[in-house]
Design a protein around this ligand. Structure first.
Ligand SMILES: *Cc1c(COP(=O)(O)O)cnc(C)c1O
Length: 374
C-alpha cells in the first residue's frame, strides 16, 4: 500500500475509534420540514431553513425564472465576466435591511469570512475571536497572518482584559463573534462587545448566520456578515458595511476576486426570500416560539434562538440518541468534536416556521422518554 493510502486509512481508523468519523447519508429534503431516508418519511429538526423558505413556491419560482432567463451559472468572477444586476439588487436590499451603506455578496458565508478578515487585518495586527465562533471565522483570522487570540465565550470582561493587555502592541485590531452561536443557540452581548471594542479602536465583525430573520433585535456592528443559505433558503454569503469597506473588499477580498460569482438563480431566490422575510414578520417569530415551547417541555434553559442544544457528552452516546430519534421518525443531527469541544457532543435541534406545535410536542415527548427527562 502506498503512503497516501495508508495515511488515509490510519486517519480513518482513528476517527472510527473515537466515534468521530462522518458519513454522508442519502436524504431527500421536502417541503414543510419533511425528509426522506431509505424510503422512510421523517420530520427534520436538522436544517437551518428557519423560515421554511427553501421550498416556498415564490422563492422556487424566482430561482426557476432566473435560471430560464440568465442560465445556470455565472460564467466567471464578477470582476471578469461582468456583474449581474440581480446581485446588485440583492446587495442594495441586504444593506437596507441591515441599515448599512452597502453590501457585498460572496459565493458562501464560509467564503465571506475567509475573505473579509484577511482584507482588513494582517501581520502586526491583533484579532480576538470568541472561542466558540464558527470554523470559518477562525479560518479567516488565521489566514490573515495577524496575531489571533481566543476570547472566553461571551465573556466581555475577558475581551476587555485581552484588549488592555495586547492592543497597544498592535497596529489594528478586530473582534470576531456571532450574534447567535451556531451550536449552542445562545446570543452574544453585542452592545457590550461594541462598547469595549470601540474604547480600544477595535473593529467588530459579527457573524449573523443564525440571527437574520429570527433574532433581529439589538445593536448592529460596523461589519455584519451572514449567509443566504439559512433563513433565506438559498445559497451564498454577504457582508454589510460602509461603502468604503465594501469598495475595498471588491478589490482585496481574495475569496471574492478569485472565484466565480454567485449563480443569478441563487441571488434571485435570496432576494425573493428577503422580501417575504420583511413582509411576513410572524413567520420570523415562529421558530423562537417553537424552540421555547420545546425547552419548556423538557425543562431546558429557555431558548434564545431557533437552535437548541441537548447536551449528551460523549460522541458515541450522541450518535445513539440521534439514531433512536430517527427510528421514531425525527431527523436530529448529533454534533461531535471538533465542531464542538471534546466531551460536549450533543443533539442540535433546529426549529423552523415550517414546523407546527404538534411536531414539536411529539419530538419533546420522544426525547423525554429516551433520556429520562420529564
Ligand atoms: C453556516 C455558517 C456559516 C457558513 O455559511 P455558508 O453560507 O453555509 O457557507 C458561517 N458562519 C456561521 C456561524 C454558520 O453557522
Amino acid at each position: 500500500m502506498d503512503s497516501l493510502e495508508s495515511f488515509a486509512q490510519a486517519k480513518l481508523a482513528g476517527l472510527e475509534a473515537g466515534a468521530l468519523r462522518r458519513r454522508l447519508v442519502p436524504t431527500l429534503r421536502g417541503a414543510e420540514s419533511s425528509a426522506e431516508r431509505g424510503g422512510r418519511a421523517l420530520v427534520s429538526f436538522s436544517c437551518n431553513d428557519y423560515l421554511g423558505l427553501s421550498h416556498d413556491p415564490r422563492v422556487v419560482a424566482a430561482a426557476q425564472g432566473a435560471v430560464a432567463a440568465f442560465g445556470a451559472g455565472a460564467g466567471g468572477s464578477r470582476l471578469v465576466a461582468g456583474n449581474h444586476p440581480v446581485l446588485t439588487r440583492l446587495e442594495e436590499r441586504l444593506a437596507r435591511h441591515k441599515g448599512t451603506e452597502a453590501a457585498l455578496v460572496f459565493g458562501s458565508g464560509y467564503l465571506a469570512n475567509l475573505g473579509i478578515t484577511p482584507a482588513l487585518a494582517g501581520p502586526g495586527d491583533l484579532i480576538l475571536v470568541d472561542e466558540l465562533a464558527h470554523a470559518c471565522m477562525w479560518g479567516g483570522a488565521r489566514l490573515s497572518g495577524a496575531r489571533v487570540v481566543s476570547v472566553r465565550h461571551n465573556d466581555v470582561s475577558d475581551l476587555a482584559r485581552l484588549l488592555a493587555e495586547h492592543r497597544g502592541a498592535h497596529r489594528r485590531a478586530m473582534v470576531l463573534t456571532e450574534r447567535v452561536f451556531s451550536m449552542d443557540g445562545d446570543r452574544a452581548p453585542i452592545g457590550d462587545i461594541l462598547g469595549v471594542a470601540e474604547a480600544h479602536d477595535a473593529w467588530v465583525l459579527v457573524d449573523d448566520a443564525h440571527g437574520l430573520g429570527v433574532v433581529e433585535a439589538g445593536p448592529r456592528a460596523p461589519l455584519e456578515m451572514g449567509t443566504l443559505s439559512k433563513s433565506l433558503g438559498s445559497y451564498g454569503g454577504y457582508l454589510c458595511a460602509s461603502q468604503a469597506v465594501i469598495d475595498l473588499l471588491v478589490s482585496r477580498a481574495r475569496s471574492f476576486v478569485y472565484t466565480t460569482g454567485l449563480p443569478p438563480a441563487s441571488a434571485a431566490a435570496a432576494l425573493e426570500a428577503l422580501t417575504i422575510l420583511e413582509a411576513e414578520p410572524e413567520r420570523g417569530a415562529k421558530p423562537l416560539l417553537l424552540a421555547r415551547r420545546f425547552t419548556a417541555r423538557l425543562g431546558l434553559p429557555e431558548a434564545e434562538s431557533a437552535v437548541v442544544p441537548v447536551l449528551v457528552g460523549e460522541a458515541e452516546a450522541a450518535l445513539a440518541l440521534s439514531a433512536a430519534l430517527e427510528a421514531a421518525g425525527f431527523l436530529v443531527v448529533a454534533i461531535r468534536p471538533p465542531t464542538v469541544p471534546p466531551g460536549t457532543a450533543r443533539l442540535r435541534v433546529a426549529f423552523s416556521a415550517a414546523h407546527d406545535a404538534a411536531q414539536v410536542d411529539a419530538l419533546a415527548g420522544v426525547l423525554a422518554a429516551l433520556t429520562g427527562r420529564s
